[in-house]
Structures are given as C-alpha cells and as structure tokens.
Design a protein around this ligand. Sequence first.
Ligand SMILES: [Zn+2]
Length: 246
Amino acid sequence: MNPFQSIARVLAERQTPIKVFFRDDDGGWADERLQQLAMDFIRRDLPLDIAVIPDALSNQSVDVIGSLLNADGRIAVHQHGFAHTNHQLSGRSCEFGSDRNYHQQYHDIQAGRSRLAAVFGSQLAPVFTPPWNRCTSDTTAALKLLGVQYLSRITGSDSIGDSLPELPVAVDWLKKRKGVRLNTSELIEYICGLFKTDDAVIGIMLHHEHMDHGNRLLLHQFIETLKESQTVSFHSMMDAAGRNDS
Ligand SMILES: [Zn+2]
C-alpha cells in the first residue's frame, strides 16, 4: 500500500491548484548522490533546481552538474551561498548573518556568482538560497545590486524589510524534531499539514547527500502520489515564480 494515501486524500479535498517545485541544496558536495537524485528527476521528466555552493565546486562537481544540465532534462542551477561556512560567533549557524557586514557579504556573493557564471553561463538562474535558510537585509541589498531576482528560504523565516521576492520552501523532506529525523508516518502527517494550507506554490527542500537509495524510493512514492492528483503541477523555481511560464 502507498503510505502517502493520506496526502492523496488531502489533495483530493483541495479546491485550488498547487504548483510544486523541488530545491536540492548543497550542489558541490556528494557528487555521486547528487547525480543519482537528479537522474531520478530526469528519467521522470520532472524539474529540479540545484542550489550550488560555489566554493565547493571541484572539477568533478562541475563535470557532474554540467552533464546533468545537458541531459535534456529540466535541471536548473542557482547560487547557495559562497562556501557554506558558519560565520556567526554565537547562536544559530549562518553564512550571511549579523556577524558579517554588508561589504563582507557583498564580496562573498559576488565571488560566488562569478565562479558559477564562469562555469554555467546563462544557465545560472537569478535565485539565491542562503545556507541554513538564513540571511539579513545586508544580504538582500547585495543580491539586488548583483542582479539576483529571488531569495529562497524556508517558510516561516523572519521577514526582511525591503527584501527580494521570495520563493520559499515549505517542506523539509529530511525534517528533524529535537535532532531526530521524522519517521515515515510523522513525515506524512507533517506534509499533510502543509498541503492543507491555501498556498498556491509549495517548495520541497531536499539534501541529496543525506538521501540513500531507500529514501529516494520513498521520495519517488511521494512524487507518484502528487502526479496522480489533478491539483498538482511541477515547475522549476523560475516557472513557479511566474517567469518562463509557457
Ligand atoms: Zn546547504
């Protein structure tokens, strides 16, 4: 039996359509697992947005991500911070937090964009995902100046005055509570709650480096459930934002 039947019931009760996108973080790490996950999406002709850490890109990572982009699929890439380093002296981890001033943040974002643009050219989407889904108004001021159009954090993040348009992820596929990963039934209950909202766009955050074969099979079952719904359509992040819609 499909463990996601309860999600199918929630979707059947929804009156309004949902655009779904998948954002996989930490491109540049765990190339083999990234390739496995992305190939699952390519084989099913589904869009996947990879958030790439510029400073983590090895030659091998460039080859892997480059071949995914050229695999006639619907893979997109955008910037995930610079080095995925925690610069916060205390409190929750941030690469672009209050312990980095505007100039430091601008420098890192610019260096990261240059690196990604040199590798991926026009295939680099104008989206920025901050590591740990956290950043400040200095980050968004720098992003605007550097031509980035969308910020992606997690739903419920602190609001940033004068921010960019946001493309938040609502679902953390590897959600933990008190440091422990949700089991399948807890995960389904959590996702059901999020799909009961009226949100027209629901982003789903993945982390390929923590997804083994079994977890990818579970994701496949979840996606099949979504595909069976008349309510759900699949989009890249830029499509979900209303850009590039056909
Ligand atoms: Zn990350």
